[in-house]
Write a protein that binds this ligand. Structure first.
Ligand code: PGA
Length: 252
C-alpha cells in the first residue's frame, strides 16, 4: 500500500509574533498549493492564531506541540483540545521526547492526552523514541514497544485512524546526527509490525509513521524513500521557508 507522505514542522519554543507570521506567509506562498504531500506547522501556542491566519488559504495545516487532557477548569497554565480546535488547530504533537525527558511526562499521561485529543477531533502526532544509551544497549525495540503499547492503551481501531506515529530517536534530535536510512527503516518496520499485532494488518498498513531527528533538505529524500518511512517531523529545519521547502521539494 502506498501511504501519502506527511511532513510536519515542530518549531518548539522558538520564533516571535512577527517572525512566525512572516515565515508562515512564506511557506504559504512556496508550499501552499502542494497536494501530493500532507503538510503542517506546529508553532508555540501563542503564535498559533497568527500562523493559522497566514496559512488559512493554503494546504498547510496547523498543529500545537502539546495539550492537557481536561476540557477546562482549575489547571493553571494548561491548554485543552477544545481550545486548540477553537483557534484552528487540526493537529497536536503528543509525547515528544522533550516533554518526556525535560518536563517528565509519563506514558500514562501521554495516553490520557491522546485519548482526549482524538475525542476532541484533533489528529495526533504521537512521538516515541529511544535514548542513546538505550540504543547502545540494544533496547530500542523494548523501549519503543513499551511507549507505543502504553500510549495506545484503550484506543480502539477507529480512533487509531486519527494517529500518526513519529519515531524520533532522541540521540538524533537537534544533534545534527541522523539515523541512517537503514536504522530508520528497521525501527519503522518494527513499529508497523507491532501495530499489526495490536490492530491487525490492514490498520498497520495504513498508519503513517514519520521519522524525526535532524531531517534536512540534504537527507530527507533518502530517509523518506524507505518503504516504512511515511513522512517527517522536522524541528530545526522547519524554522525557515528555505529549509522546509527544500525538504518538501526533495520528495515531490
Ligand atoms: P530536529 O527536531 O529536526 O531539530 O532534530 C526534531 C523534533 O524534535 O521533532
Amino acid at each position: 500500500m502506498s501511504r501519502k507522505l506527511f511532513i510536519a514542522g515542530n518549531w518548539k519554543m522558538n520564533s516571535s509574533a512577527v517572525a512566525s507570521v512572516e515565515v508562515a506567509r512564506g511557506m504559504a506562498s512556496e508550499l501552499g498549493s502542494v497536494e501530493a504531500v500532507d503538510l503542517a506547522i506546529c508553532p508555540p501556542f501563542v503564535y498559533i492564531p497568527g500562523v493559522a491566519e497566514a496559512l488559512k488559504d493554503s494546504n498547510i495545516g496547523v498543529g500545537a506541540q502539546n495539550m492537557y487532557f481536561e476540557d477546562n477548569g482549575a489547571f493553571t497554565g494548561e491548554i485543552s483540545a477544545r481550545m486548540l480546535k477553537d483557534i484552528g488547530c487540526r493537529y497536536v504533537i503528543l509525547g515528544h521526547s522533550e516533554r518526556r525527558h525535560v518536563i517528565g511526562e509519563t506514558d500514562e499521561l501521554i495516553n490520557a492526552k491522546i485519548i482526549k485529543a482524538l475525542a476532541g477531533g484533533l489528529e495526533v502526532m504521537f512521538c516515541v523514541g529511544e535514548l542513546l544509551d538505550q540504543r547502545k544497549s540494544d533496547r530500542t525495540t523494548e523501549v519503543v514497544t513499551t511507549q507505543i503499547t502504553a500510549g495506545l492503551k484503550n484506543i480502539g481501531p477507529e480512533a487509531l485512524l486519527g494517529i500518526t506515529i513519529a519515531y524520533e530517536p532522541v540521540w538524533a534530535i537537534g544533534t545534527g546526527e541522523t539515523a541512517t536510512p537503514d536504522q530508520a527503516q528497521e525501527t519503522h518496520a518494527m513499529i508497523r509490525a507491532l501495530i499489526g499485532q495490536l490492530y491487525g494488518t490492514e490498520l498497520a498498513e495504513s498508519i503513517r509513521i514519520q521519522y524525526g531527528g535532524s531531517v534536512k533538505p540534504g537527507n530527507a529524500a533518502e530517509l523518506l524513500g524507505c518503504p516504512d518511512v511515511d513522512g517527517a517531523l522536522v524541528g530545526g529545519a522547519s524554522m525557515t521557508v528555505e529549509d522546509f521547502s527544500g525538504i518538501v521539494n526533495s520528495v515531490l
